[in-house]
Ligand binder design. Sequence first.
Ligand code: SF4
Length: 969
Amino acid sequence: MLKFLSPAPLHDPTASSTAATEVKTTTCYMCACRCGIRVHLRDGQVRYIDGNPAHPINQGVICAKGSSGIMKQVSPARLTQPLLRKAGAERGDAEFEPISWDRAFDIVTERLQKIRSTDPKKFALFTGRDQMQALTGLFARQFGTPNYAAHGGFCSVNMAAGMIYTIGGSFWEFGGPDLDHAKLFVMIGTAEDHHSNPMKIALSKFKRKGGRFISINPVRTGYSAIADEWIPIKPGTDGALFMALLHELIGSGLIDRPFLQRFTNAPQLVVLDQGEREGLFAFDPAAGPPGDGRNPHNKLAWDLASGRAVQAYPEGLQEGRQLALEGHYRLPDGTSVAPAFQLLRERVALNTPEWAAEITGIPADRIRQLARELGETALHQAFELPIPWIDAWGQRHESTRARPVAFHAMRGLAAHSNGFQTVRALAILMSLLGTIDAPGGFRHKAPYPRHIVPNYRAFNDPKMVKPNTPLNAAPLGFPASPDELAINDDGTPLRIDHAFSWEHPLAAHGLMHNVITNAVRGDPYTIDTLLIFMANMAWNSTMNTMEVRSKLNERGADGNYKIPFLVVCDAFQSEMVAFADLVLPDTTYLERHDVMSMLDRPISEYDGPVDSVRVPVVEPMGQCKPFQEVLIELASRLKFPAFTHEDGSRKFKDYPDFIVNYQAQPGVGFLMGWRGKDGTEQLRGEPNPRQWEMYAKNNCVFQYHLPQDQQYMRNWNRAYLDFAKDKGWRQKNDPVQLAIYSDTLQSFRLAAQGKTQGRQPPEALRERIATYFDPLPFWYAPLENGCVDTEAYPLSAITQRPMAMYHSWDSQNAWLRQIHSHNYLHVNPVTAQAAGVADGGWCWVTSAWGRVRCMVRYSDAVEPGTVWTWNAIGKGSGAWQLEAGADESRKGFLLNHLITEELPFAGGQISNSDPVTGQAGWYDVRVNIQPADPEEAEQTYPQVAPMRDLPGVLGGAKKVVAYFVNRKS
Ligand code: SF4
């Protein structure tokens, strides 16, 4: 692997140096955690990277990835100039000619201009793990195409949507476990996390203080390795565990009843009579139109003290009221109703620990004990912080009650076709324990909590897709009812990925994983140009990889590619680049400006909002140009209204200028620090021309600490709600009641059952909607189980993200390759031996959709029904400037080859995703394993033809050697 190393000494520490040294601060991007770093330069070249002790996220801590950023900077795989596919060359052959940026811009501008002036939806923009969706989303909206999304649909939209539709916030960027005050911490479905260094710092403190840490996961890797207890669970069954925990907690009374009565919709009365109000909340017409996700504050509750229905808020909160959580009642007009909590109680009645044990593989007694531990810690070890606060209805609380049980969860729950309801079950479990925004429980991070349902409607009006016209709403959002779906009059999808259609109504992050398949099929229509940024759709960012690669090359009867033009913007020679018609070379994170904005994905802390930036610490290599600059340039050339003056002249000189001067609403821009003309305002204020300078001087971060009385209970905290509205984070200052019962989901179900007058799903989708849009959580087996023979494919196959690599980002990194250059399938010895597969031996892993050959390692750290491997270590031969025979391609493999992007459905096919949100069902795949024939080649299968070197690629390991010896070559 390192055969290029020179025999010359790498570094002589005794030699005197006259080199100029300096240290610059910026923000790491070796993963999505966004730690502060110090970049040490000598003669203007990066020599060393360490953590910035003054940064709130990582407090000086740095991980292996972060410190290896230096090798990303000099990676041989770096692209350095725009490239155009050679005339006559096939896509995938990687035959390119270098072109100038002027020509590249001319090509793209001319093409996009034509699309925009005729049929804007023929342009699709999909981006990978970028952190600037406020800009990319704005670009798509101004272009006038609904066909935009980032990577969330194939990452963790179930986590985001399941939590936001229930508690108004979510894990990671928008909230997390308060380990400073927790006594019990349960991590479930999380390996190495997005929130990497902060989680490690918090866990370290938590364990030193004697906190108890339980990890529930099919595999004991990452954080689980330091847990006090590992509880193995079968993939895709977490929802069954939560339902059983709810059964136990409700049955034993270990729940926070006063919290449920005041701060959730648990006491609100649900109509039980059949008809178009069935399953919706009863409401007081005098207090507003029918209550739904957009108007949740006019519902009724049953007051046991007076024996009558009262307005839940504020009447139900008056002194002397006793809101019923249980029972069945009749309203004065004879309507039969029951509190939402009663329905939850009925729902979990049969979800016994024995029932869940069969599904999850966790013994029933352990489930009972876990429920007891959770309930007793939350209720009996509760304590008060001396922080008075006033709730939304004016009641003063003399202290803030801690509920010291914290959870953390991520993709292990989300990446299943049952993930939305699973995540809802977890959020409801956390709510029943009273832990939401309480010390020791789950805490929000600004700008969350959002309204339930958030006040962001996705674009949904087919008539507004018009030539040369921006959309009248952002392409992504949160539907609150069927009326907000992005469908045509005949019910067909408006978007190329079918997001917000009846197939996936709450697809808040889009379905990137279906774009290529749909576009090639022309379903619902063909497109002209697909612009992909930072997503390796020809390899690890796609399901059914080999088939998708061939689709990228598919031609129609006219001989033209079915996706006529493919633009790829990437910093490295990834597998996807080979398929581009036009390649735009991006910079590294050390060469550009970036923002982690409150308009998008900030780095807020529990005690207040935080945003941060990247500033260039070195010049871009070759002709590399930040994608942000490309978008600003294109938006100006295409004369988008938000980017140009009436006379057609550009509003923004470049990306930094755009960031400083663009305002989403008066005084609210991308960055909240040092606002106002003289930089003296914060959070909200006029643009400050010197804002970048101030961030650069202040460790690239702005942090605002809320007063203590606004740091907790923010769903209902009067002072915080007023403050959040004033700063533009929320449209209203009304409280955010937790949705134990979701009338939003019920509104879709009623439509599917034909009980409402408005929009109804196509016949083929009625049963699907009616089943999965259940207003209460429930567990169902992952959808793949219903499509394959689970006896023939008895094992679940999953991936884990390694600590040393973030997806595929670092297989071209000379240091990190030394940690992972290939991967094994990890199998419990009992399972492997039963299949006759030897430790270290080669085996075939087969699903109903494909097969791979790989090497096996025995491991006790995986439950017997699961096999797993590291994510994205396997590479296509020659990609990323790796040698054709590199371990990554000969011994590394991708599980993606086994996973289908579509499942059979109603005589056709449908996305292999959660039916509610469109979250890709990565972890649903079922497989079997068999030993490979000893005569077979000892290399992974499938293999692809080696990718050739691209013009201008930095290339040559000798460059890396030159770096070590400080010689320029
Ligand atoms: S955790 Fe992520 S952001 Fe932080 S130092 Fe490591 S790679 Fe960089």
